[in-house]
Design a protein around this ligand. Structure first.
Ligand SMILES: [Zn+2]
Length: 126
């Protein structure tokens, strides 16, 4: 018997059985972290704190293509979600507009968060 997993962060995904992957560490690869956020198509994530997302949010295995998955089902370090993305965010022209808005929001929200993250990063260098 498999356990039931917590909700996948991808908008519209109801999967409860696939294994989960946590977000990449924003302190190590902030650009990749942003890519994951955008891929979810989920504006809710923008309201959350970066650290909170990293600690608690997950994305299920089915959003990753084979070329991003290693033989032991772990992800490549550069992997990001590309499949079954919520509400076909990347497909229709209507949603392209939504996606653009989402990306813009992500970037501005992230810019604010950078100020919170930077001191932590400097701390790591001590
Ligand atoms: Zn999912």
């Amino acid at each position: 018997m498999g356990r039931l997993y917590r909700k996948c962060s991808v908008l519209g995904c109801e999967d409860k059985i696939s294994s989960r992957h946590r977000f990449p560490d924003p302190k190590i690869n902030f650009e990749l972290f942003q890519k994951w956020i955008v891929s979810t198509g989920n504006p809710e994530l923008l309201k959350s704190d970066v650290e909170h997302i990293y600690r608690t949010k997950k994305i299920c295995h089915r959003h990753f293509s084979q070329k991003h998955i290693l033989s032991n089902n772990l992800l490549l370090k550069s992997a990001f979600p590309t499949i079954f993305l919520g509400k076909d965010v990347f497909k229709t022209s209507h949603n392209k507009k939504e996606l653009l808005e989402l990306v813009t929001m992500v970037l501005s929200t992230m810019a604010e968060n950078v100020e919170k993250i930077l001191p932590t990063m400097f701390c790591c260098l001590c």
